[in-house]
Write a new protein. Structure first.
Length: 427
């Protein structure tokens, strides 16, 4: 079984340093299970979060028959199954392969692609990124080089609205108003503009250049010893060598709200969120029964049901899904916590539920230890269980990658007021 990967405490971006990865990437996958306190864990990559209804039913059956009966959504729009028996790997792999969820066993952990979940549905954005998604996934699975990417390397396909472009991906394609795509590497500004047709090839090439420059010692672009500018200069040079035309490049952030989404032609889709990213099989069954043929998982632990009538929303609300934009659950996230994780100092999910408050623009993320698994990339309130015996949390406001304000409390009733004040922090 895998050893847990240690994540360092939150560090201001100005103090971040390159990391040297001298051992293999132990990120879990569908074929490489991770031993957790509540059993084995499998992480199934779902590029762009797009699932056919039949594939969603396969995942529900696997959760119910092989695991703890729940499906856990990740911050990359993937699905985790927990509470698995250690010897169920072959059975799980057989089910996933039959459902088309394992197109390549060598690439299954590197198919990390997020995409604008409402692309092509609501009239926003400059392009429908689904053709990019299909093409990029096929290119990744056909590339021997790409198989060497770490399970943490991330691609983002943004249709121009700026939602997934702000997730800190290693390679980002951002659709533009003239039909092309801006290519970004790491946290850089646009390094080049390529045609829509060439965009998936350009994204894969950038990842392959990263592997060459990193020489196996970096899992993410932020860990490279060279500067991002040096990497992007080499990417542009390779693009031109491959006869991919590039033009010099010159962000808003927006994410789906729960509720009914209406497209320019009047067609409706539904947007819901899973409380703390955890879905019961009953909730998943209702989603798959409601879906018109496709589900799109979002990086914000939600689900989009394309072309679905608005009158189906009450049924989804009745099973406990978040369907209203004023829900107190909006913006609240947490790691798995106790009892599923031995490192966690607290049952953070239960504590988060007990401390729900309305209002405040900053999302709040609860972590059981300093690893902060699954924490959001942008501005947020960082809620971390303290190492002291008994109840205690450290609440920090994080803006622009820097900790702006920190308060520690060991009083459950005082935590609610402290958290509410932090979420409305205006500095």
């Amino acid at each position: 079984m895998l050893a847990a990967v240690s994540t360092p405490p939150l560090v201001p971006s100005s103090q971040a340093t390159a990391a040297s990865r001298d051992r293999g990437d132990a990120c879990p996958g569908a074929l490489r299970l991770h031993a957790a306190d509540d059993g084995a864990l499998a992480r199934i990559r779902v590029p762009g979060g797009v699932l056919r209804a039949g594939q969603a039913r396969t995942l529900a059956r696997a959760a119910r028959e092989l695991g703890d009966g729940e499906l856990h959504l990740t911050s990359r729009g993937n699905v985790q199954l927990r509470g698995l028996e250690a010897d169920c790997g072959a059975e799980l792999a057989s089910r996933l392969e039959a459902a088309g969820l394992l197109p390549s066993s060598r690439h299954e952990r590197v198919r990390n692609v997020v995409a604008s979940p409402l692309s092509g549905l609501d009239g926003r954005g400059f392009a429908d990124v689904r053709p990019w998604l299909r093409a990029l996934d096929a290119l990744i699975c056909a590339s021997e080089t790409a198989a060497r990417l770490s399970g943490r390397f991330l691609f983002a396909l943004d249709d121009g609205r700026g939602d997934v472009a702000g997730l800190g991906a290693d390679v980002t394609l951002l659709a533009g108003p003239e039909g092309g795509a801006s290519l970004r590497v790491g946290g850089s500004d646009c390094l080049a503009v390529v045609s829509a047709e060439d965009a998936p090839r350009a994204a894969l090439l950038a990842a392959e250049v990263f592997l060459e420059v990193g020489a196996g010692h970096a899992w993410r672009v932020t860990e490279l010893s060279c500067t991002v500018d040096e990497l992007t200069d080499e990417v542009v040079r390779r693009l031109r060598t491959r006869k991919i035309a590039v033009a010099p490049g010159g962000s808003p952030t927006w994410r789906p709200s729960p509720g009914v989404v209406t497209g320019p032609d009047g067609t409706t889709s539904l947007s819901v969120l899973a409380p703390l990213g955890r879905l019961t099989t009953a909730q998943w069954t209702e989603l798959t029964a409601t879906a018109s043929g496709e589900l799109r998982l979002t990086p914000w632990r939600g689900v989009i049901l394309p072309t679905t009538p608005g009158d189906r929303l009450p049924a989804l609300s009745a099973v406990g899904l978040i369907t209203a934009p004023d829900s107190p659950w909006l913006g609240i996230g947490a790691c798995v916590g106790r009892p599923g994780c031995a490192r966690s100092r607290a049952d953070v999910r239960a504590d988060a539920a007990a401390a729900l408050t309305t209002g405040g623009d900053l999302p709040a993320y609860w972590s059981g230890c300093e690893r902060r698994c699954g924490r959001p990339h942008g501005d947020h309130v960082d809620v971390v269980a303290t190492p002291d015996d008994g109840y205690g949390y450290r609440i920090s406001v994080v803006r622009g990658g820097r900790v702006r304000d920190t308060t520690t409390t060991d009083n459950p009733s005082g935590l609610v007021a402290t958290l509410a004040a932090a979420r409305t922090h205006d500095q």
